[in-house]
Design a protein around this ligand. Structure first.
Ligand code: NAD
Length: 374
């Protein structure tokens, strides 16, 4: 079979496969086509892909002739309109937020695997792109905050006087939040954390941070490890407690998300007005609306001396390692749908293949996406 790696659109520096992963696929009898310059944004050269056994091909040939097309972000309409029926697309297509596009792809008779919907199970961990990328985003968020902040992170006692440690508040202790805690602690900050899932309390504490509890969170045990929407009463209590912590914080990193829903607004404009001048908020939930009332996606907002950076794309700001980990996730997934002889074998009895499949046989096959209105 022929597998094609498309060059991403402007603004996305990552690439679906890196040369070392191409090499493994080629050894597995897969023919790998790469668009010229596909890896340039992540510092993987065309020569490195050629050495790994890939063939450089024009995009139009890939769209028409390859069996499986890899892109991290959804391709533009002009691309997918050129691709023939039966093509398999694999990437991160956020189908819960793009049901209309999924409908159109079903009409084109594509098979679509969206790696952000693989189940969060132990067996699927090596294919979990949300985790590999969120881990980088959490790390980068702290570095971006440290760079933007006008003071030190660690405590210093010097002959010229003492500097207290920065106070970091982290909202949401999922994969990104936990990495942000670890990174902020390594830089010497004092860290406080909120999450609606009490299950994360121990992990937070083991990283040396304080977990602030708010009673009465909705039971999320049936949500596969994810958060669920909270009652108005809980939201009111939580917002008040977060505002108290925010007023003392120097840095806030927000990561709270509810899959398929807008991000919860956890910090009001009034709470921001009470924050210290010079404090910095990094909002990783910006793309789904943001965790603060003033977040603007992909923008930096200055409000009353507080800098609010809305950036859900921080993994892409470490494109070399982000691509390396992403490519490993893709390889592990491809091993489930490509035989040792390099032939396509779709086994929908496999819970990971089934979970990642959004569109197949001219229809949307994912139950959650099916229920959404385009
Ligand atoms: P996410 O990006 O969907 O959300 C980030 C965090 O925000 C979550 O911890 C969530 O509880 C929290 N949150 C949501 N609403 C909130 C609110 N109102 N206030 C405060 N916090 C709020 O989450 P994620 O990082 O993708 O991880 C989700 C879960 O999946 C975690 O339990 C994680 O450990 C688990 N997971 C399991 C596996 C596996 O077993 N293979 C792999 C990855 C993640």
């Amino acid at each position: 079979m022929i597998l094609a790696v498309l060059k991403e659109k402007a603004g996305e520096n990552r690439v679906s496969l890196v040369p070392e992963v191409v090499k493994q696929l080629v050894q597995q009898q897969v023919e790998v086509w790469v668009e010229a310059g596909a890896g340039a944004g992540a510092y993987y050269t065309d020569e490195a892909y050629l050495e790994a056994g890939a063939v450089l091909k024009p995009r139009a040939d890939m769209l028409r002739q390859a069996d499986l097309l890899l892109s991290i972000r959804p391709p533009d309409q002009e691309d997918w309109a050129q691709a023939g029926a039966g093509k398999i697309w694999t990437g991160v297509y956020q189908p819960l937020y793009h049901p209309g596009l999924m409908r159109q792809w079903a009409d084109r008779q594509f098979t679509v695997f969206s790696l952000d919907t693989v189940p969060r199970t132990t067996r699927a961990q090596s294919m979990d792109v949300l985790s590999s990328q969120a881990n980088i985003a959490g790390y980068k968020a702290v570095l971006l905050a440290a760079y933007t902040y006008s003071r030190y992170f660690p405590m210093f006692m010097t002959a010229a006087g003492s500097i207290p440690p920065a106070k970091v508040l982290i909202l949401g202790a999922g994969v990104a939040g936990l990495q942000a805690i670890a990174t902020a602690r390594r830089l010497g900050a004092v860290v406080e954390v909120f999450d609606t899932r009490p299950a994360v309390k121990e992990e937070v504490m083991s990283l040396g941070a304080r977990f602030v509890e708010v009673d009465g969170a909705a039971d999320a045990s049936a949500a596969g490890g994810y958060a669920v929407e909270q009652s108005a009463e809980y939201q009111r209590k939580q917002e008040a407690k977060i505002a108290e912590s925010a007023a003392k914080a120097d840095i806030i990193i927000t990561t709270a998300q509810i899959p398929g829903k807008p991000a919860p607004v956890l910090i009001s404009q009034e709470a921001i007005a009470k924050m210290k001048k010079g404090s910095v908020i990094i909002d990783l939930a910006a793309a789904t609306g943001g965790n603060t009332a003033l977040t603007k996606n992909a923008e930096t907002v200055e409000h009353d001396g507080v800098t609010i950076i809305g950036d859900s794309d921080l993994a892409g700001k470490a494109p070399a390692d982000a691509s390396k980990l992403y490519a490993r996730n893709v390889l592990n997934f491809l091993k489930l749908i490509i035989s040792k002889e390099g032939q396509l074998q779709l086994n929908f009895e496999d819970d990971i293949v089934k979970g990642a499949c959004i569109v197949h046989g001219g229809a949307i096959v994912n139950d959650r996406v099916k229920q959404l209105q385009p």
